[in-house]
Ligand binder design. Sequence first.
Ligand SMILES: Cc1cc2nc3c(=O)[nH]c(=O)nc-3n(C[C@H](O)[C@H](O)[C@H](O)COP(=O)(O)O)c2cc1C
Length: 106
Amino acid sequence: MRPEDEKELYRHPPPLQQFPDLLHFCREHYKGVIIGNQGYDPDSAEKDVSSKLVDLVSFAKLYIVNPDLFERIANSWPIETKQDIKTWMSGSAEGYTSYPAYASTK
Ligand SMILES: Cc1cc2nc3c(=O)[nH]c(=O)nc-3n(C[C@H](O)[C@H](O)[C@H](O)COP(=O)(O)O)c2cc1C
């Protein structure tokens, strides 16, 4: 997410700025499965899973703009990061199901 979008979305410090060590805290005190969430991209997900900080990672916003996110990661295709947050919670499909798969943009 672009910094200006993050500022617009949260209108207060985003979660990882509020509590940057949250996942370390959880790993130390919680023995169950930890799913990392919030601002991950494939590289940071790989890093946190490899280091066992988290067991797995979920993607939300990246999946909205990359409906084929799994295929893009698996094939090293470019990953779209620009998204129009004004379409979120708008009540329409625009901005949710309107982003194209990579194969259809080639
Ligand atoms: C458009 C939109 C709608 C969301 N709706 C919900 C929701 O209904 N319930 C919820 O727990 N989280 C909701 N989230 C939060 C996401 O599940 C996720 O926690 C958040 O976007 C951070 O992950 P990300 O950085 O991979 O996007 C929503 C996020 C977006 C962008």
